[in-house]
Design a protein around this ligand. Sequence first.
Ligand SMILES: *Cc1c(COP(=O)(O)O)cnc(C)c1O
Length: 374
Amino acid sequence: MTDYIPVFEPVFNGNEKKYLNECIDSCWLGANGPFVKKLEKDFAKYCNQKFAATVANGSAALDVTFRALKDLYKWEDFSEIIVPSFNIISGAQSCIYNNLKPVFVDCEDKTWNIDVSKIEEAVTKKTKAILVVHIYGLPSDMEPVIEIAKKYNLKIIEDAAQAHGQTYNGKKCGSFGIASAFSFFSNKHISCGEGGIILSSDEELLNKFNYYKNLCFTSNKFVHNDLGWNYRMSNLQAAVAYAQFENIDKVIAKKQWIGNIYQNLLKDIPCHLSPVKTNYANNHYWVFGIVINKDIKLTAKEAMMKLKNDNIETRPFFFPLHKQPVFKNLGILDNLKRPVSESIYDKGFYIPIGLNLNEDKLLYISQKIHELFR
Ligand SMILES: *Cc1c(COP(=O)(O)O)cnc(C)c1O
């Protein structure tokens, strides 16, 4: 038996400590500090957008994004936003907090990204935007999304929380959206514990991001015309995020190294694995997913339980948003099925991809996965 293998472990072996010390020595721990400004400037540039607003986390980034867009474009209450059904709750939750209605579109079974062939049938007169989420380190197919957005005059919003540094046909993820949100949570390519950022090339939008994330302060201090949030990022968080950002190429290279080893070691199991690539991107393996073939009796839950007994931590796939009890209770769901997200939830899970993994551990994990199918 091996030591416990967590599903992810970040490494902090760059300038993290040095930059944290600089914050403390300069007494600048809070918002608007030099690392916040540097991170905003350089991360925006890295993603080919003009502007950035840091925020407290990735979910906050989406809250602020939808509020700012709704305000700038005067979207009416209950305007519709297309959201992938195979996704974390954040984007859909942000719609609801802003009195917008998420409309769920199924994913495709190869990449688990939004099924672009099903977007158009979900568009109505009330649709204002498409939230594109690049799932598990592979970009969504942007070209058809851009076409549909043009045809129906919709905005594209990117949730690139799992795709820092990823590209679609050579163009950075996060460069396609009128607004693009990222997270710097502990398990993302860039991690500062908690943190996030929103990018845009529209200065008016940037001003609205900064307004809503900062309690809607006006130049007439302590007089408020709107309600927002305190979603500011501290200089301490930005110091760690900046040091992580300096090493992003190494993080992606290590994840691809792990991903390629898994591809080799697991190629014979009766499962669909995270794809190596699509015709527009190589996988960065934010996580490495496994979906057990339908004709195998084993469920994801059973497989995960067995691996837990071997000291291997795993995570389930997203629970489909169109089945979420909270959304059912809110009465925002239709009765349509999204069969792919439902079936991959039953059969899918992801396996360790921590940045400290070595070949021995990968061999051990792969061997235990093989044993599931004996
Ligand atoms: C992590 C994540 C979020 C939420 O980010 P937090 O920083 O945890 O709030 C949103 N969307 C996606 C796709 C994510 O992976």
